[in-house]
Design a protein around this ligand. Sequence first.
Ligand code: TYM
Length: 321
Amino acid sequence: MRILTGLQPSGKLHIGNYFGAMEPAVKLQEEGEAFYFIADYHAMSSTADPSALRENVKELALDFLACGLNPEKAFFFRQSDVPQVNELAWILSSVCPMGLLERCHSYKDKLARGLSANHALFAYPVLMAADILLYDANLVPVGEDQKQHLEVTRDLVGKINDLYGSETLVLPEARIRDEVAKVPGLDGQKMSKSYNNTIPMFGAQKKMRKLVMKIETDSTPVEAPKPTENSIIIDLYRFFASESEQAQMKADFEAGGFGYGDFKQRLFDAYWEYFTPMRERRTELEADESYVNQVLTDGAERAREEASKVLTRVREAVGLS
Ligand code: TYM
């Protein structure tokens, strides 16, 4: 089985990225051949700052390795180190109906927020399909927001295989676990850099605590019982706390006598402790830049080998060779 996922280097990774994609990816690396990459071509659809892009790539590499990506088990690479992906994207583009892309939420959302879309943003799902199909991936661990992109990918496989033969591309499947599909942000919407409601995985303690204290709550007074339904605090606490700690928090919500600040502090403590081993590993990795670079160089080399095999097969099928 081949497992593949990618993350965009577009700023600090947050706990939505972690629980939606990274943690599942780290678990899955034990179960098959894993391809994990930094989607730097994709990040270009929303940034034009070369030094920020370089810095974000470096940070993402540190984050993913600190979280347990094992380069002995998974190929870890930069997307742009395998430029073959662009050729496959072009081949897929030629069978991709405009309507399929016009219906994509991420593109429509951006337009709705008044941002001007470029061709890269519009064609984004085609490049993402190429990312997946270039490695004959079977399973793609992602969060809920990528579901539609996986559907586009599967549609494109159908079109290519109908036109050029059923063995041309492998049909991948999304792995979206219900419990982590949509990690909420500080305001209860999906946690997302675009909504400015994230809790980063790593950051200075004081700053992170301040963020957690910003979680939106109602104005129930300290002494009164608090509603547990739709509580962002409870929703986030389940990621970090044991069953009994969660039950205790719910009981304290219902009993009254505790303010929201108290619950936020408990959430912060649990979050901070959860990421402590990874934070320590990250500090070690930061001091060893050449190791991190070597991991990405080796990963890219292996990824290019695999990519060439698939691309040779596809080029032959479509008549390019
Ligand atoms: P990106 O960089 O926006 O997000 C990386 C991963 O994090 C997941 N995620 C979440 N999961 C749960 N709750 C949230 N609040 C949350 N926010 C983000 C995303 O679903 C994603 O899995 N298009 C992709 C990158 C990509 C890719 C690929 C992924 C490029 N090529 C090929 C898989 C396969 C993206 O922008 O993810």
